[in-house]
Design a protein. Structure first.
Length: 572
RNA sequence: CGGGGUAUGGCGCAGUCUGGUAGCGCGCUUCGUUCGGGACGAAGAGGCCGCAGGUUCGAAUCCUGCUACCCCGACCA
């Protein structure tokens, strides 16, 4: 491709809408342009990258035995009503009406549509297992779209749905998809991690997420370098941890603590560490039931874990100040577990405490020397906190570390949740109708592009992994208009590389070298060949890699071979 | 949804407090000189100052309402 026949649109300064390095670079390099909040056009250069990602995803899905199809983006409300998700999915579901006032939505995901296809098409166990996938635009009306293409409202997703006669067949496909995902992110040359995950609102029996590691990631990942354990912090099991400095229990004592409210105040007042205090959270669930959650002062509540405790009863929020007063007789800041008549749920680490401080449920008073075993033996003990750096790994083989990740893939074992709701059955060998067992597997294709830049950039711009670069090599001829030898050498090389199937971007603009170099570096082309009269006199051209590791003079005839060997080297 | 901020040419910004013919840098067009790391000179093009009302002889500027976009938050009693 010649720049004169392509469309490059680079900016020296990033538009003020962008904050994140990857977002700024995508705008500066002219990969995307914003239409509206969370809506982006893919410009020609960006589309080439997107297609690269799509191609790798498609190849690996095909290799893993999945079959491509394409479903409508707009879906009728009736299907969503069958699974009750028309109500449950909430405001993220973009609902639209047609001219007859009939309800539709723009699909945020396609379980309903694919299950509808399956119940019409699949009759016999002989047709199973089968795994369908598509690469398609989705729309999710995010609370707060941000980071450009990374949390856009309209985005491109690869979604696959598998159907099985039984769980063991699902397990086989699930494992195969897990392997396919590892191949995909490895081929894309990204630093990533597969982690055990919460199944969230989609539900089901097992789930893994794939995260591209980056500090700006919106997810926290807990992993154990020694055992290989890795899980989303939402799921990672928090083991009970004991305070080393714990003293044997002393008699309960009520202390006047005027103005002492937060855990920080408490530890200052009592001149101790926050791990010797317990915080009491009064929560209210969707049915109006209250409960008290007990956490060590230095620990954080994990809402997802807590919502699964029967005594909590599903999703919840902190109780209002009035409710808190009605239940405890005190205002927040003096709350404690003693004497409460609502269910008590204590974190595992709280249950080991023998000498802690807690509010007295009387404004301006705290207890010290509370003993869990003596005073709170009636409480439910559960894992309701987030793991912390240094916590023991759940497999007892090391200590956990934390890092941030961008979720680019998620696989689920769905079971029969959708097939039962939509009556999607097949006949087994005995002629019995059974619900189809399902799995689903998503990859955020457009998000991968942003995540890759977040991971691969420097002060000059993007540094694409070869696998997703819009072009593999840039040719920058110096004095193309003036110099006959430069022109001849440039055309010869361009022809040769093109014939070899290498994707070349020839900068045939009549620009000064600095402009060409800066642009090619900004848009992140992995290799660059500079052709100028200075070296051409000796039959040489300059070959350079984007990472700056090497810059060398090669004979013109050597270039194609060198690039070819660099690429194959990369693929191993 | 709560809090904060912004809106002036394609991009980045000044001008608003203190009302009086809309400016700077980059980019763009033309010509000339340059040409191995974002050149220089000259001449140009391009703006409903987010939208709607109001105040005023006069509004980018003051007042009211709206819209769009960005950031933080929606765990810590």
């Amino acid at each position: 491709m010649r720049v004169s026949e392509f469309f490059l649109s680079t900016l020296k300064e990033a538009p003020s809408e962008a904050e994140l390095p990857s977002h700024k670079l995508m705008l500066r390099a002219g990969l995307i342009r914003r239409l509206s909040s969370g809506l982006y056009s893919w410009m020609p250069l960006g589309l080439r990258v997107l297609r690269k990602v799509e191609t790798i995803v498609r190849e690996e899905m095909n290799r893993a035995g999945a079959i491509e199809l394409l479903m409508p983006a707009v879906q009728p409300a009736e299907l969503w009503q069958e699974t009750k998700r028309w109500q449950k999915y909430g405001p993220e579901l973009l609902r639209i009406k047609d001219r007859h006032e009939r309800d539709y939505c723009f699909g945020p995901t396609h379980e309903e549509v694919i299950t509808d296809i399956a119940r019409r098409e699949i009759r016999s166990y002989r047709q199973l297992p089968v795994n369908f996938y598509q690469i398609q635009n989705k729309f999710r009306d995010e609370i707060r779209p941000r980071f450009g293409v990374m949390r856009a409202r309209e985005f491109i997703m690869k979604d696959a749905y598998s159907f099985h006669p039984d769980q063991s067949s699902l397990n086989t496909t699930y494992t195969r998809m897990h392997e396919a995902y590892i191949r995909i992110f490895s081929r894309l040359d990204l630093e990533f991690r597969a982690v055990a995950a919460d199944t969230g609102s989609i539900g089901g029996t097992g789930s893994h997420e794939f995260h591209v590691l980056a500090d700006c990631g919106e997810d926290s990942i807990a992993y154990c370098p020694t055992s290989g354990y890795a899980a989303n912090i939402e799921l990672a099991e928090a083991m009970a941890v004991k305070n080393m400095s714990e003293n044997p229990s002393e008699p309960l004592e009520k202390i006047a603590t005027p103005g002492v409210k937060s855990i920080e105040d408490v530890s200052q007042f009592f001149k101790t560490e926050s791990c010797h205090a317990v915080k009491t959270l009064i929560i209210e669930n969707d049915h109006g039931d209250f409960a008290a959650l007990l956490l060590r002062g230095d620990h954080e509540l994990n809402e997802i874990k807590a919502a699964k405790i029967p005594a909590v009863g599903g999703s919840f929020r902190l109780a209002s100040e009035e409710s808190v007063r009605k239940i405890t007789g005190a205002s927040s800041g003096s709350l404690g577990p003693l004497g409460l008549s609502i269910p008590l749920i204590a974190d595992r680490s709280v249950a080991l405490l023998e000498n802690f401080i807690a509010g007295a449920n009387e404004d301006g008073f705290h207890y010290q020397h509370v003993s869990f075993s003596r005073d709170l033996s009636h409480a439910v003990i559960a894992d309701i906190r987030n793991v912390q750096e240094g916590d023991p790994s759940p497999d007892c083989k090391g200590k956990l570390s934390l890092c941030r990740g961008i979720e680019v893939g998620h696989i689920f074992q769905l079971g029969t949740r959708y097939s039962e709701a939509m009556n999607a059955t097949f006949l087994d060998e005995a002629g019995q109708a059974k619900p189809l067992v399902m799995g689903c597997y998503g990859i955020g294709v457009s998000r991968i592009v942003g995540a890759a830049i977040e991971q691969c950039n420097d002060e000059k711009g993007i540094r694409w992994p070869v696998a997703m670069a819009p072009f593999t090599v840039a040719i920058c001829p110096i004095g193309l208009k003036k110099s006959e030898p430069v022109r001849t050498a440039t055309e010869t090389l361009y022809q040769k590389l093109t014939e070899q199937g290498i994707e070349v971007l020839l900068d045939d603009r009549d620009e000064r070298p600095g402009v060409m170099f800066a642009d090619m570096e900004l848009i992140g082309i992995p290799y660059r060949v500079t052709i100028g009269e200075r070296n051409l006199g000796n039959g040489l051209v300059e070959f350079m890699t984007r990472n700056g590791e090497s810059s060398e003079l090669l004979a013109l005839q050597e270039v194609a071979g060198r690039i070819q060997s660099q690429i194959t080297q990369k693929n191993h």
